[in-house]
Design a binder for this molecule. Structure first.
Ligand SMILES: [Zn+2]
Length: 259
């Protein structure tokens, strides 16, 4: 059930039986030259659509912006930052809390959103409410290790294929991983914000475009993706989300410590 399609009366009726709501969080950011900027938004939105078919859960409108400062510079990328996302999330959940919602199930499509979500969870817990975060791309890799992937790699490419295969730019799907030593030759870039030096990893936060020219990163080459993979993966995540919601609604809410 989509909140945006409901009347206030319908929301009231829902709240007589339930106190849970799903928030779908995305991002608008570069995902390699083969992928659309909306990748992190459209995949969880697709999972939400499939969850809706098998669950009574109320689903709030999808937020297409996230905290993605690291990908700024790639044209089209929009970041509202960790603080901006936290502010929006607190406004959304405070509004919903006022009507009686107490279980906020976040279906998240972007790793950079995690800090804001964690802050939100810690804020809501003493108020007698839970925030549960389903990071779909990490969980998919746990449920099936063959699906595990990085940023803009085969896992997410398969996810976009499940939404609409025509959104992929197949002229660029064969591009290899391009990592550059942008700090100095002695410190090769080895991952998001990471460099390797003398056998250990040092974190040096910086814009990804300095060390990762095309903007996809991972061990899962995008050209390994198939639509079948994507279809199975988003359906599995939707099945999981529906079961999770069912069980999570049985959990006793945390004790309210203050208002
Ligand atoms: Zn992504």
């Amino acid at each position: 059930m989509r909140l945006a399609n409901c009347t206030c009366q319908r929301v009231n009726d829902y709240l007589k039986e339930h106190d849970s709501i799903m928030l779908v969080l995305g991002s608008t950011e570069n995902h390699g030259r083969h992928m659309p900027l909306g990748t992190d938004t459209m995949i969880p939105d697709k999972i939400a659509e499939l969850t809706e078919k098998q669950s009574h859960i109320m689903i709030a409108p999808t937020l297409p912006y996230g905290a993605t400062d690291s990908l700024m510079g790639f044209p089209g990328t929009i970041s509202i930052g960790v603080d901006g996302l936290y502010d929006i999330l607190t406004r959304i959940t405070d509004s919903l809390y006022e009507y009686g919602f107490r279980r906020f199930i976040i279906l998240n499509g972007h790793g950079g959103n995690s800090k804001s979500i964690e802050m939100l969870g810690k804020r809501m817990h003493p108020r007698g409410a839970y925030v549960a975060c389903l990071n779909w791309w990490l969980m998919a890799g746990e449920l099936n290790p063959d699906w595990a992937g990085g940023h803009g790699g085969a896992e997410e490419t398969a996810g976009v294929m499940a939404v609409d295969p025509s959104l992929i730019d197949y002229d660029h799907i064969d591009e290899p991983l391009i990592m550059q030593s942008d700090v100095c030759e002695a410190m090769p870039s080895t991952g998001w914000d990471k460099v390797s030096f003398m056998g250990a990893t040092v974190v040096i936060p910086r814009r990804a475009m300095n060390y990762n020219a095309n903007g996809w990163y991972g061990t899962d080459a995008p050209n390994k993706a198939t639509k079948e993979w994507g279809d199975r993966m988003v359906q599995t995540m939707a099945d999981y989300a529906a079961r999770f919601i069912e069980e999570f609604e049985k959990a006793e809410l945390p004790k309210e410590e203050h208002k």
